[in-house]
Every structure is written in C-alpha cells, then in structure tokens.
Write a protein that binds this ligand. Sequence first.
Ligand code: SF4
Length: 312
Amino acid sequence: MTILDVKDLSAEYQTSKGRVHALQDVTFSLDDGESLGIAGESACGKSTLGLSVIRMLQGGKITSGSVSLDGESILDLDEKTFDKKFRWKKISMIFQGAMSSLDPVFTIKDQFYEVLKQHNFQGDFKKCISESISSVGLDENVLDKFPHELSGGMKQRAIISMALLLKPSFVIADEPTTALDVLIQAQIINLLKKLKKEGMSFMLITHDLAILSEISDKIGIMYSGQMVEFGSSFDIYKNPKHPYTQALLESIPTLHGTKPKYIKGTPPSLISPGEQCRFLDRCPHAMDKCKKDPPNFKTDSGYVKCWLYDEK
Ligand code: SF4
C-alpha cells in the first residue's frame, strides 16, 4: 500500500532579489515500510522537499502539487486538522543538527513533555517517554539531563526518540548524521535500520550517497530544485541514468580506487532558472534539445528527467 504520494510539488521563497523557485514539479511515491533516500548537493531543495511534505516550510510557500499520506490529501487540510490528525501522529521529522534542535535551557524530559502536551496526548506521559527513549537505546537517566550534558550521538538519539514519541508511520530524517563522527554515524544508521525492520517508513535526506546505499529502498536525486532521477536503490547505483547522478556517484572517494571526479561549474540561479535543462551548462552530453526542460521519462523502476532517454 502506498504511504506517501507526492505529485508535481513546487515551492518557492520570496527574497529581496526575487522569487527563488526552490522546488519544481517533484513527483514520487513510497510504499508502506519502504525507505526513500534523497540526495543531491547543497541548496538543491532536499530540505525544502522534506519541510514541504510535513507542511513546515518557514519563509516559503507551496505553490502547486499534492501530497497524500495514507491515502489522504494533506496539503488541503486546515492547520488545526493537520496538527490534530497528522503531525507527529502519522508524520514527524528528525531535524537537521541535534545541537541546535534541542533547547539548551530545558531538560530532555521537559522537551518531551512539551511535544506530548502540544499534540494533546491523552495517555500516560511517563510510559510513552520511557518506551520511546529505550527504543533508541538510551538509558532513562538522560531524561533528567540538559542537552549540553549529552554526547553528540546521545543528543541525536534523543532527537530521533522525540520524533518517534507518538509512533508516526512516516518519518522524515533531515541529515541525521551530519557533523557526527563515523562511529556515531554507524550507530544512527543501525538505529534507522532497526526502525525500518520494525515497519517504519522514512525519507532520509543526505548528501552522503554511501549512507543511502545502506538503508534506502528507493532513491531520488535532486538537482537545482528538481528530482532528476528516481528509482530503486539498486537501479540508481548499478545503472545510474541521469548525467548528474552518474557524476555524483563518480565523485565518491574510494579507499584504493581511482581519483574521485568533480563536477565543473555551479548550478543555475533559482531566481530565474530559465526554460532549459538545469544541468545544461555542466553536462558533457548537452544537445540542442536540452534548451527545453525535459519531462520525466520512464525507467525500469522510476523515471529520469533527461533528453537522452527520449525514445522519440
Ligand atoms: Fe544533459 Fe541534456 Fe540530459 Fe540535461 S537533458 S542532463 S543537458 S543530456
């Protein structure tokens, strides 16, 4: 059964220089229990996508498209209904940067209580918090501590535990391993794997393709606000189709392999990106028809947005 269905989702930010088209016509779907990895370089729209799906886009607005969660269209709901029925109960978010996501002047317990109160939780607060904190492998004594008394990995686990408090069926994890050392990264990845085994669906946003290969069933590659390739994790790694996906995979350093390649140039401005394929200026396969933005062409497990795959 489909848990998340996103169709033609677009969002923008108004800035002093003009409207930034941060997300354009993003489409994908995810089945119950599946994990989706979203990858791409900085400012490609990964976090904007996550925040749009959970309706928490600050300073920006969704301009078109639809998001269905568990078969219900959630963008048309008023804020109160969405809050009562969906936010934290069916969909929640692990925010980027555990250091800045926790309030330094309150204990972890106070911050957990705040979430439960905010979402009108009617059950046993103590039991709910205790179950959630032990599900991420933390000892209950962390509840009485302030964020600065915890290590980076403990803080990140506390943030994950907070996102899981009301047992949502879908969680968005925005760069949950950034700024953590490799050992802590491994702990967090193992924790996400465990939660996946227990049936949780999630969207993992990261620029680290190695991490995505560990836990994603499906992968979406973002470039300049567009999802340029979407498909099964296997297909994206074994047979990447979009020139940007290929370049991204070739840029991963290997211990004994060839020198990693880099992608020359920079992405276009998203204030007026123009009609052409957004990768045009950096693409080694650019052709005349690339001056028109390509549609999504079907692949074995998803789609690719590139004129190289136009059968006609
Ligand atoms: Fe390159 Fe053209 Fe494909 Fe864009 S549409 S990625 S420019 S080949």
